[in-house]
Design a protein around this ligand. Structure first.
Ligand SMILES: [Fe+2]
Ligand SMILES: [Fe+2]
Length: 208
């Protein structure tokens, strides 16, 4: 958590940003869209993996898992909407998607499936860890978009998407904590491993 909080308005280094030019801004937006599309795809795959382990072939929750499967299904549907919006924005702007999609497809699903097989609390621990990283990621992007707006590059559509999705990711995180994520076996280790993996995925998807 940052300790650098104060209420003073710090003037943006406007001249510097001006010099950086439009190409720089375009590249920054492309990077944001690329990583967010990848992240929402990964989230969709995680929840799909969890749901598949919590339901039978007909999509009915397994014994005793009705409540948790219902919560996961709700989160999965929101991830579907997040991904659909980033798919639109990526297509509109002609941004190159990450080349790592096939890897996130498998890795996301595996993470969801494995944590769900470990138990409901482990599945929730996975959600809490991933959503915590995503919350900070979206917060950093909001700050970037604020800086860009001050230097004349407004991105209202992207900003609106990030604002809405960040609020929903926070709900996912809080649901997971309420459902006992922190009571999962080896929670600190599980959480740390998943957070590190999530941060690595973000780093890679921004670049590749
Ligand atoms: Fe999402
Ligand atoms: Fe989420």
């Amino acid at each position: 958590m940052t300790k650098l909080v104060n209420n003073q308005a710090i003037p943006a280094p406007a001249a510097e940003e001006d010099r950086a030019g439009q190409d720089h801004a375009k590249a920054q937006i492309a990077r944001i869209l690329r990583v967010d599309q990848a992240g929402e795809f990964g989230a969709q795959r995680i929840y799909r993996g969890q749901l598949d382990m919590m339901t039978d072939r007909n999509g009915k929750p397994r014994a005793g898992l009705g409540r948790t499967a219902g919560l996961v299904k709700h989160m999965a549907e929101q991830e579907d909407a997040h991904l659909a919006r980033f798919n639109e924005l990526v297509a509109e702007r002609g941004v190159r998607p990450t080349v790592l999609g096939p890897f996130w497809n498998v890795a996301g699903y595996a993470l969801g499936a494995v944590t769900a097989l470990m138990g409901e609390k482990a599945a929730m621990a996975c959600t809490a860890a991933v959503e915590d990283v995503i919350d900070k990621h979206y917060a950093a992007q909001q700050a970037t978009l604020d800086r860009m707006a001050k230097s004349g590059v407004a991105e209202p559509e992207l900003r609106a998407a990030i604002d809405q999705f960040r609020a929903e990711e926070a709900e996912h995180h809080d649901t997971a904590i309420d459902e006992g994520a922190e009571q999962a076996t080896a929670y600190p280790l599980l959480s740390a491993v998943i957070k590190t993996a999530s941060r690595s995925a973000i780093w890679l998807s921004e670049r590749f």
